[in-house]
Design a protein around this ligand. Structure first.
Ligand SMILES: [Zn+2]
Length: 270
């Protein structure tokens, strides 16, 4: 499920709060790379907002990250502000109903398919308002909600109104997100590799190999890791791998991988 026609909009910035990140470029200069690597890696770390394991360490990684912060939790604001202060991007990690799973994992004010339209809209707007500096959104869980066209139409409509892009974490094969995002012209990015869906160092290092394989075939790769149970394992693996990865790729924010603005030429990844 690779393939992307998207990329190539490396200088694109989002109208709503998108900004160039100085740190990565500064680091690249410090290492005196003679040529800017042509490949791009966007690392997204999910589940910030609740003092989860690895929170501080992840934010210290010496590359441009995107911190996906859950709303309405004890350290939501603190984590978003810390990420922003370190030059990382912040997105809303919106809790959405899964097909299976413990309701306690969802977090407060989750998007449930049983909710009426106006309550879904109210929760999405409140979630965006609760996470400072958010420039985009992705789903926490959501294998049930992301296949529900009524629900996703409201979620993506609010993203559009607020100028946010959407990262489809692809927790469901039948996600309607690509279809609805295209209709509404909400900039869409998709996850390529989950780094730590199994909480072992062996698995995470294997997934980093998958990342390299992706980069051999396409110009960019979006990877998702997590703070929480695998947090320190994922942090350690990334920290070790970054110097090598940097030889062939630069670490970018998701906005650099967005399709061109609507009306110009919109390409959605297959
Ligand atoms: Zn999550």
């Amino acid at each position: 499920m690779a393939a992307s026609a998207v990329i190539g909009a490396a200088t694109l910035t989002m109208p709503a709060g998108g900004r160039a990140f100085a740190g990565e470029h500064a680091n690249a200069k410090a290492e005196d790379h003679s040529a800017v690597p042509s490949r791009q890696i966007a690392i997204v770390i999910d589940d910030f907002g609740n003092s989860m394991k690895g929170t501080e360490q992840m934010l210290e990684l010496p590359v441009h990250l995107t911190a996906a912060v859950m709303p309405f939790l004890p350290t939501t604001k603190q984590d978003a502000e810390a990420a922003h202060a370190k030059g990382h991007d912040v997105i809303v990690h919106l809790p959405m109903e899964p097909v299976r799973g413990n309701a306690n994992w969802l977090g407060p004010n989750a998007i449930l398919t049983s909710l009426p339209d106006d309550e879904i809209r109210r929760r999405v707007e409140a979630a965006i308002a609760d996470v400072p500096y958010a420039i985009g959104m992705n789903n926490h869980m959501g294998s049930k909600a992301t296949v529900d066209e009524r629900v996703m139409r409201i979620v993506l409509q609010v993203c559009k109104e607020k100028g946010l892009f959407f990262l489809d974490s692809r927790t469901a094969w039948r996600s309607v997100v690509p279809k609805v995002a295209k209709e509404l012209q909400v900039p869409l990015i998709r996850n390529d590799v989950f780094l730590d869906d199994v909480y072992t160092a062996h698995h995470v290092s294997h997934q980093l190999t998958v990342l390299k394989e992706h980069l051999a075939k396409q110009d960019s790769c979006v990877v998702i890791g997590h703070v929480g149970p695998p947090g320190l394992i994922t942090y350690g693996a990334l920290k070790s791998a970054i110097p090598q990865l940097r030889k062939d790729a630069s670490f970018v924010g998701l906005t650099e991988l967005l399709p061109l603005p609507s009306g110009v030429s919109v390409h959605y990844r297959q």
